[in-house]
Design a protein around this ligand. Structure first.
Ligand code: COA
Length: 243
């Protein structure tokens, strides 16, 4: 898939540009199916970036393979492909990026497995996992990934996570990406609750979760084995406002 990168930051033209750059399979009648309810859910009416700051595009291939893309003011969140290996692998070998994660620093094989898993889950029907590249619109460069998984369709519950490459920390990118995905979880997938966890020492991640409106719900002791050491986790969660 060729990443769609607009030549300017025009929000108003986002949808028409999307349609004219290969995502044109979308039409008002070509809606995605909620992985939770199995019923159609409607993307934003005209695809314009709304007050929440993102638009979502949905593409169905001829075989009904569901692909999603989000556009924010500065970011494109798109499906991952094998071509992303180098862009993902660099930051995934950075000990600062993986300091509080239960993965990494990655071997090339681990990065390949991550990309394969992202694409494998993307192909599932109904789709329950969305692991997306976080790409800067201005140059198309991959700066991180964000993931959302429906962990319990019955309970309408999901979990999310993210990372951003170190040179891009502090620019608000994780917040923008996480906010888009959280809104998508509630607006499109009709989830009731989305949780996220972070290491108690990972102040930046806790701050991101606070900024997107999650509340701290708990302190999980000895919850995650990280490079041979059992680590505690902070539990954050958001509940759908529409209920
Ligand atoms: C956590 C992470 C995703 C944040 O990405 P980011 O793009 O820098 O996040 P944002 O710029 O959107 O927001 C970061 C916030 O944390 C704050 N912050 C950063 N370091 C901090 C620190 N040491 N103490 C307190 N706040 C801190 C920033 O000031 C900012 O808040 P503000 O907007 O109120 O000023 C990034 O640091 C990262 O990828 N870390 C490694 C992977 C990781 O930990 N992933 C999460 C696993 S749970």
């Amino acid at each position: 898939m060729v990443p769609w990168v607009p030549s300017d930051d025009s929000i108003a033209s986002t949808w028409s540009r999307t349609q004219s750059h290969g995502l044109g399979a979308y039409s008002p009648s070509n809606v995605m199916i909620s992985s939770v309810t199995g019923e159609p859910v409607h993307p934003h009416a005209n695809g314009a970036i709304d007050q929440r700051g993102y638009s979502v595009a949905v593409r169905r291939d001829t075989d009904e393979h569901l692909l999603v893309e989000f556009v924010t003011a500065r970011l494109l969140l798109r499906e991952l492909t094998d071509a992303d290996h180098a862009s993902v692998h660099g930051p995934a070998t950075d000990p600062e990026v993986t300091r509080y994660t239960d993965w990494g620093p990655n071997t090339p094989q681990a990065t390949a497995a991550f990309l394969a898993e992202a694409q494998r889950t993307a192909a599932r029907r109904p789709r329950t996992h969305f692991t997306l590249a976080v790409v800067e619109r201005r140059d198309g460069g991959l700066i991180g990934t964000v993931g959302l998984g429906v962990t319990s369709p019955e309970q309408h519950r999901g979990q999310m996570g993210y990372w951003v490459a170190r040179p891009h920390w502090g620019c608000g990118y994780a917040t923008a990406a996480a906010r888009s995905v959280l809104d998508f979880a509630f607006d499109q997938l009709k989830l009731h609750k989305v949780v996220a966890t972070c290491d108690p020492e990972n102040a930046a991640s806790a701050r991101v979760l606070e900024k997107i409106g999650m509340q701290r719900e708990g302190y999980l002791r000895g919850d995650r084995l990280i490079r041979g050491q059992w680590r505690d986790r902070l539990l954050f969660a958001a509940i759908a406002a529409h209920e």
